[in-house]
Every structure is written in structure tokens, then in C-alpha cells.
Design a protein around this ligand. Sequence first.
Ligand code: SOE
Length: 374
Amino acid sequence: MKNKLRIGLIGSKFMGRAHSNAWKKAGLFFDIPLQPVLQMVCARHENSLHEFAEQWGWQQTETDWKKVVSNPLVDVVDIALPQHLHYEVALAAAREGKHIFCEKPLAMNSRQAEEMLRVCEEHRVVHYLNHNYRRTPAISLARRMIDEGKIGRIFHWRCAYQQDWIVDPEFPLTWQLRAETAQAGPQWDLNSHAVDLAHYLVGPIATVSGLTAQFVAERPLADESSSGNLQADALGDAKGKVTVEDAALMLVQFENGAVGSFEATRFATGRKNALSFELYGSKGSLKFDLERMNELSFYSAEDPEGCQGFRTIQTTEASHPYAAHWWPPGHIIGYEHSFVHAAVDFVRAVDSGTAIEPNFASGVQILKVLEAGL
Ligand code: SOE
């Protein structure tokens, strides 16, 4: 029998579901040293919380997050909340000696993030920041190919994260559109992922310039109790001010001399969850598009003349990162699998007492870039 790792999940919306699924699947598909147990889930609304707990198999429910972080039955606090709540919960969890699995973006600002990091280090807990896309087989493979020297010196990074869920001006003023709960718009929500990938694949960013735009200034007030999965109802006819940007673009210079661009928006009509990047180096180039997430495009300048060109690698072979644990070669995987991979790597880090990346130190660096951009 494996030792248990008892999870206390705080949050039961979109990310609460993605994390619940990850904890359930991790030990079924991967041989991990500890067995995650869905010990306790916490959310504000009691009725929907009970339904959620029953559906996903959480053993206990709690409406007060403080009782989760202080509970001796909990080993890991999983923070699946909007970013304005991360700071207080993470500090309390670390002080109770709990390991932390935290949704992105890490915090409202880098000052909060630095303190979260300091307290986690002081209490020697494992801290993980869930930029899940790193753990898709294709992006992990991209990193492996860069490490193997297949791309050479990187000159260019070009990244766009495009969605369209708030194009309708009648979409209500949810927490993601208010500075007091979100801090910023796509700069925090989407460019946080993009900067994490740039740090992972290219390296640290040295200088930043940015441009933002707002397209809709007022929206109907939102009924937050029903919101989840990026859908929400309006409360009535009353409107409130949108206090975050709607589009955020950046030009950056990396410490290694490469240059890059970022484009993040939730106003790209027709683009649902399109995260794409291109990376150009002295020996080769890579292209990725989340809407075709099992594929990685690779151009090698070392291929024989006459048959050079971008090739599409379907990252579903046993030799590709994470892939052997799922299905036979060629059988594709999806969005939720990246969360399972994060849970697996997190469990291993807790068991071995080693750090996992990205972590709160990565979060500090990401937030500094995002702040500079704004
Ligand atoms: C909304 O824009 C969102 O849910 C992000 O918050 C997630 O991090 C991203 O993975 C999908 O889109």
C-alpha cells in the first residue's frame, strides 16, 4: 500500500474541476510514489459544494478555507481560486507546513509573490505554480530539443494567446474584468502563461515594452454565484466599469540576446483558446498551436538540401514526454492531461522533497515582466 497524500482543494469552478480530475487520474495512469486522496474541498456556496464533492469523490466539505489550511488531515493545499485570494491562503497554508499547488497567475503583484515565496522557503514546503501548458508532450519535447542543441542559438520568440469569450459587450462584469479581483486583464490571465513558456524555452527576459487597449468600458453586473467555465449571467440592467485592459501586447529582449513579441486578448473573434508560438534559431525552428496540441512543427537547417521544410511531429509516441503513460502510439490526448502531468510531477517532488518548476520563484519573475509590460 502506498502512503497517502491528502489534498485540500479550495475552489470548485473551472479550475476546481480540472484539478479534481488531475488528482483522480494521476495514480491511475502513472506510477507515483504517493497516492493522492481527495480529502476535502472548500467553496462558498454549500448546496453546489455538496453536489461537487459527491460528483468528484471528495470525502469532506468545508465553507471556510481557514479550516482547510489548518486541518491536520490535509497535506497539500490546492489553491484553485481567483488571484486576489492566493496571497492570504498561500501564506496561511505555508505557515501550517502544507505543500502548495497554486493556480496561475501567482498573485496580484510581485511584492505579494515575493512574500509568498519567502514564507514557503521559511517553512520548507513544496510550492508549485500551475502553468500547465509546460507539461503538454509537445512543449516538453520543444524544451528537450532546445536542450539537445537542435535549435541552436535562439534569435526570435513570437507568441500569441487569443480567446474571444468577452467580445459580446453584454458579457457581464465577472471578477476577471475588475482590477480589485484580477489586477489586470489578459496581461495577467494569458500573458502569464506566455511569459512562463518564454522563460522555459528561451530564457530570462531583460527588457520589456508594452501596449494595452480597452474595447468595452462598461458591462452588466455579474451574478458570480452561477459563473464557471467562463460563462456567467447578468444580474439585471445595472452596469459597472471594466477596470482592466482588454488587449495586452509586449515587445521584449531576452538576456541571451533573443528578441520576442507577445499578444494577448480575449477579443479575437473565432479564437477560443489559441495559444501559439514560433521560435527561430540558428540551426532550426519550432512552431506550436494549442488548438493542435498533440503536434509540434520542426524545421531543421541541418536536413539535406532539397528536402528541407517544416515537419509535423505528432507527439504521441512512447519516446515523447508523458505519452507512454496514456494510449498506444498515435492516440491523442487533450487539455486536461496537462493538469494530470502537473499533479504527477508535484507528487514526485513532494515525495523526494525536491523543488518543482514553475514555482513561486518563477511566479515572481513572471509577475515582474507582466508589471513592466503594463
Ligand atoms: C481564461 O482566459 C482561461 O481559463 C485562463 O485563465 C486559463 O489559464 C487558460 O488555460 C484557459 O483560459
